[in-house]
Design a protein. Structure first.
Length: 273
């Protein structure tokens, strides 16, 4: 006959072993989820799997992205304050001109008394004037006394877009580039950081952002992935506009020169002089 106390002891041992096994499984699961040293590397790998296409490559179809509007040119109309020009939108305009036939125009609203000559000519001179229907996109900039940039588009159901960062995102999407969720989130994060901390933040916030940028640019040539994105455009413009470019750390300085080697950035540099 088996001793009852021995049976009880064996049952307790089995229960303890079962709990230990469950605990080991839980720890093994956590160790796979939490890989702190490789966290950044994992995200970088995800970003690098994105299919980036050169911005100047033809192929994106505006009708697919914006909808077909028969008999009318698609028009982007932007109101902006000349006291704080939205430089990123000027850079993106130049990039778009490399891809599409754009009918560009600059006007001054009655709410503004005077606009510097360089801002009135920020789109340069259109040497070849063609019939309106031969252009793919209309791009009109109106210097107006507004608190923040505002954009209206010709699609009837579309609400006006406000804020330089949001307009920049919309315009950059016209290149037709596709990003995965991680890349899109990082790009959006850098755009917001550039607007709210670099451009509008305190000196302490700017210093923190510059350190973060320096770390990110130590791993790749651009802020997100291996190609220029809207994050680079908005961040570069914020640094130039706030006058913090000259005090930026080494990786940021190198990145800024890479941006300025591209024609759309160098043309905006002339506006800053």
């Amino acid at each position: 006959e088996v001793d009852p106390s021995l049976q009880a002891l064996e049952s307790r041992q089995e229960e303890i072993l079962k709990r230990l096994y469950e605990l080991k499984s839980a720890v093994d699961g956590l160790s796979k989820m939490i890989q702190t040293p490789d966290a950044d590397f994992d995200v970088t790998n995800i970003i690098q799997t994105d299919e980036f296409s050169p911005l100047t490559k033809n192929g994106a179809d505006l009708d697919l992205m914006l909808g077909k509007d028969y008999g009318a040119l698609k028009d982007v109309v932007i109101n902006a304050n000349p006291s704080l020009p939205p430089l990123s939108l000027l850079v993106i305009h130049s990039l778009l001109c490399e891809r599409y036939k754009i009918l560009s125009a600059v006007h001054t609203h009655s709410s503004v008394k005077s606009v510097p000559e360089n801002l009135l000519k920020c789109f340069g001179e259109q040497t070849k004037k063609q019939p309106r229907h031969e252009y793919q996109l209309g791009f009109t900039l109106i210097w107006k006394d507004v608190p923040k940039p505002q954009m209206k588009f010709s699609i009837q159901t579309m609400c006006p877009i406000e804020g330089e960062g949001n307009i920049a995102r919309f315009l950059f999407s016209l290149f037709g580039q596709k990003y995965n969720a991680v890349t899109s989130t990082l790009i959006d994060s850098w755009v917001d950081t550039a607007i709210f901390q670099l451009k509008e933040g305190s000196s302490k916030e700017r210093g923190a952002v510059l350190r973060s940028m320096n770390a990110a640019l130590g791993k790749s040539s651009w802020l997100v992935g291996n190609e220029l994105t809207v994050a680079d455009v908005v961040a570069w413009c914020a640094l130039r506009q706030t006058g913090t470019a000259n005090t930026a750390p080494a990786n940021v300085q190198k990145w800024m020169k890479s941006c300025e080697n591209l024609a759309p950035f160098s043309s905006v540099m002339k506006l800053l002089k």
